[in-house]
Design a binder for this molecule. Structure first.
Ligand SMILES: [Zn+2]
Length: 163
């Protein structure tokens, strides 16, 4: 959703008004908001789980100040070579969130800025998968869409009928 590469300094967390409004609209429509993120910087030793928690709690409180609460933040701390089942493009964390939060994946949407986000959503069976910015034209699957922003994705989601 927000990609500044490896963010390990809570002071560098920033959020966008447009993102806030889009997330609020989704929440009002009844969607849960879950963050699923690969953070191999932990396994690589760039920062610790503790650092990441500080960043996440800073981000969460910034959003909260603006009226957006996340229902879950799921983190894969591994690298490719760790061969875990939770690192996107694998769907492990989506399934875990679905289990723990009682979410119907087939009525859910993945919004991400990398192909691995989209592929994890496809693997999990999400209803639609949105690729934000860049990499346009690189999508071939039917249930994927390229959009410019999270607000554009939210607008589309809100026009769909709830399953
Ligand atoms: Zn993992």
């Amino acid at each position: 959703m927000f990609d500044s590469g490896y963010v390990s300094d809570p002071e560098k967390v920033d959020i966008f008004e447009e993102t806030v409004e889009a997330l609020k609209a989704l929440r009002v429509a009844g969607y849960l908001l879950v963050i699923i993120t690969n953070q191999s910087g932990i396994a690589r030793g760039y920062f610790t789980t503790d650092d990441l928690e500080k960043v996440n709690s800073r981000m969460s409180s910034l959003f909260k100040e603006h009226g957006v609460v996340f229902d879950g933040i799921y983190i894969c701390p591994h690298r490719d070579e760790d061969r875990c089942t939770c690192r996107k493009p694998l769907p492990g964390l989506i399934f875990r969130a679905a289990r723990e939060l009682d979410i119907d994946v087939s009525a859910s949407f993945m919004i991400g800025n990398s192909k691995s986000d989209v592929h994890s959503g496809i693997a999990a069976g999400c209803r639609l998968n949105f690729l934000l910015g860049g990499e346009r034209g690189s999508l071939s699957r039917e249930n994927t869409l390229s959009v410019d922003s999270l607000s554009a994705a939210a607008e589309i989601i809100l026009t769909l009928e709830v399953l």
